[in-house]
Each structure stands twice: as C-alpha cells, then as structure tokens.
Design a protein around this ligand. Structure first.
Ligand code: PLP
Length: 402
C-alpha cells in the first residue's frame, strides 16, 4: 500500500481534500517530493521555517542536545540549560518588562495560558478579541477566534467573550474595567494580512492602560522578523503586557510561549499553585533548536533583508488577475476575484508547466483561513533573490495560462 493511501486510511484527517503531496526532504527553501520533483516553498510551514528548512546550525544544536538529554521532567521544576538560555536570550531582545517566558508545547497552548494568566492576575472574566482573528484551535483559543463559522459546531464555548471589529477606533470604548485582557494579532494573518491602521494599536494600548486591562499581542505567526522588525509591535510603538510566541520560536521544532512581566507571571504560582502546567512545554531539544534558529536570525541579519525581499516580490507580482497585494514584510496576500481562481493558481503552481522555455520551478503555497480568495506568501526569510524571481515568474505564467 502506498504512503498516500496509509495517510488517508490511518492519519486523522482535517479535510475531505488534503493535498497529499509526499515530501521526502526539505533544505533551505526547497521541498523535495517523493515524485522526484522540487518545489520552491513559499509558505515555510506557515511561517515556521524562518531560517530555512534544516538550517545547519539548528541541526547541529539538536544533535548536541540529543547527546545530553531528551525529556527529563514535566515543565517548571528542573533547571534545564536549553530552556533557561533561550528564555534569557528572548528577554534580552524584548522590551522591558517582558522578562518572564512561560514555555508551552504549541501556539494554541500559549493562547490558553495567556488567557488564564490575564483572568488570574486581574481577577476579571471578560476577554475581548477581534473579528477574523486566529489564536489557535483548542477550546479557549477557539472561543476568541473571530469567525462564527468555525465556532458554531463546538458551542458552548467560553462565556464572557466579546468580539470587536479590528481597526475600529470607536469600538475600543467597549473595553472596560471588567475586561481582563484584549487579545489581538499585531498583524492579522489568517484574515489575509491586515495591518493595523495608523494609531489604532496605540489607542488600544491607551484604552487598556486606562481600564487596567492587559494587552495580549499574538505574534505567533508574525514574530521573529517576518514583518521586517524582530517583533511586529515595534513598528507600532506599543509594548504588550503579554506576548504570544510560537511557530518560528522552535526553529522547526514544536514550541510556544507566552511572555510577560515577572510580576504578572508570578500569579500562576499560587492560589492555586501550578496555575498552568504542561508536560512538554520548553522541551530541551525544541529549546536548543529554537535558540540556534534565533542566533541565525540575528547573526545573518535576516530581518534586515526582509523589506528588500518584500520589495522584489511587489515589483514582480503585477498582473491583471491580481486584484490587490497586501503585505507586511514577507507576509503577503495576493488577492484574486474568487477562491476558484486562487485554487487554480495554487494547483497550477504544483503542476509541470506546459511550456518549454523559461524556469520550470514548481511552487508550493496555499490560501488563508478567513480569506480563501487570497494566495499566501510567507517563505523562509532566507529565500534568495533568485528563488523569489523564479517563484514570481512561475506565478505570472500560471496566471497567464488560467
Ligand atoms: N496564533 C496565530 C496567529 C496563529 O497563526 C496560530 C497558528 O496558525 C496559532 C495562534 C496557533 O498555533 P498552533 O497551531 O501552534 O497551536
């Protein structure tokens, strides 16, 4: 039986039409298929592989940690060097007072932990989130998801959640002294790359300060340089009370975190003790990998090159069928007239081209959860100018052909 059939028969499925592409190796910005074909990866595991697939320094750090220890104890009791070194490194590159890192096993769990922390610290129950936001798929994170379509089948969800339109100044008035926290993506990803309008995040920060509400910014997808600064919030002159991290945090290994002022974080240690616990949060191999990836990001000045690469994409991606391009660094949404057009482009990019001249690169990409008519571009930040040119040429040729 083929692996494809085994995948369909024995691996829990998430849709009735999975892509079923079998990848046997990934290196840098290229995925190698079991069919012998090579694909330029334009989505980097959905904003995970910022330093490229199998970055040599990440692989070396993983191997080194394998020789010392794997899992030794549930999170929070033992001093584990990869964990503490990575936490310190993150704290050194975050503005004060974001000094305490609580490691989790996923981004969704970081959202869960942050919501619990905000309720515990403020002694309030209301949580405010925004329409078309995505913070994860577990029940708490689903409760603050900005789409009724994905929530409906799983109700009842958490009570006390209020959803406001993103980017609306007037609606900020609905944040009150009963609000434990407001949770927002600094750049809305699954909405199809929606950037906060001028001054909105500052107004949100101000309203939170006035009401004693904690501001939680979710940079699980947009953090780690993807938007052209190490943290997206730097571009908007705000600092959150709690920062959510995930995806690129682990350098290709599973890892999440919520980061806060030590004083706030301490409230998870008493009344009750063990206010949030997990088994695998901050796994030593994942922390070693993430820490090495963070070094690569900084040492190779990958963040500094993001804006230039974004510019190259924007210069090359001009076509009458592209209705709009929204971008913030290497997080881009190409808007088409419909999902059908987008699907034709996505599928066309995976097919051998029917012409002989020019590049024959196959390109791997997809759409967004709340914007299925938009094509996602979020490649490893290591993508070369050549790879960008090849991928864009291919996109334009596919658009010509459909
Ligand atoms: N928050 C954002 C902005 C995300 O994009 C995601 C995942 O796509 C999550 C949270 C949830 O992270 P995870 O899939 O690791 O649970």
């Amino acid at each position: 039986m083929t692996n494809r059939q085994l995948f369909l028969d024995h691996v829990g499925q998430t849709s009735l039409a999975p892509l079923c592409l079998e990848i046997v190796k990934a290196e840098g910005c290229i995925l190698y298929g079991a069919d012998g074909k090579e694909y330029i990866d334009l989505i980097g595991g959905i904003s995970v592989c910022n330093v490229g697939h199998r970055n040599p320094r990440v692989i070396e750090a993983i191997k080194k940690q394998l020789d010392d220890y794997l899992h030794i104890m549930v999170y929070g009791e033992l001093v584990q060097s990869p964990q503490v070194q990575y936490a310190k490194k993150l704290a050194d590159h975050l503005p004060y007072p974001l000094t305490a890192v609580f490691f989790t096993a996923s981004g969704s769990e970081a959202t869960e932990g942050a919501m619990k922390l905000a309720k515990r610290y403020t002694n309030r129950t209301q949580i405010i989130s925004f329409k078309n936001s995505y913070h994860g798929s577990t029940q708490g994170a689903l409760s603050v998801m900005g789409s009724g379509y994905w929530q409906q089948a799983f109700r009842p969800l958490l009570p006390g959640i209020l959803q406001l339109p993103y980017n609306s100044f007037n609606d900020l008035e609905r944040i009150t002294e009963e609000t434990a926290c407001v949770i927002a993506e600094t750049i809305q990803a699954e909405a199809g790359v929606i950037v906060p309008q001028n001054g909105w995040l500052k107004a949100l920060r101000k309203k939170c300060d006035e009401t004693g509400t904690l501001l939680v910014l979710d940079e699980i997808q947009c953090g780690f340089g993807r938007n052209g600064t190490l943290w997206a919030f730097e571009q908007f002159d705000v600092v959150p009370d709690i920062l959510l991290l995930g995806k690129a945090l682990g350098g290709g290994m599973p890892l999440g975190a919520f980061v806060a002022d030590k004083k706030i974080m301490q409230s998870l240690t008493h009344d009750p003790v063990l206010g949030h616990i997990n088994t695998f949060g901050g796994h030593p191999v994942c922390c070693a990998a993430g820490s090495a990836a963070f070094d690569v990001l900084l040492d190779e000045k990958l963040v500094e090159a993001v804006k230039e690469k974004e510019k190259l994409f924007l210069t090359l991606l001009v076509h009458s069928k592209i209705k709009a391009v929204r971008s913030c660094g290497l997080m881009m949404a190409l808007e088409f007239d419909s999902f059908e057009t987008n699907k034709k482009v996505i599928d066309g990019l995976l097919q051998e081209p029917g012409y002989s001249e020019g590049p024959v690169s196959l390109v791997f990409t997809d759409w967004f959860l709340f914007a299925s008519h938009c094509l996602r571009i979020a490649p490893p930040l290591t993508i070369s100018q050549e790879e960008i040119k090849e991928a864009c040429t291919r996109i334009i040729k596919v658009l010509d052909a459909i």
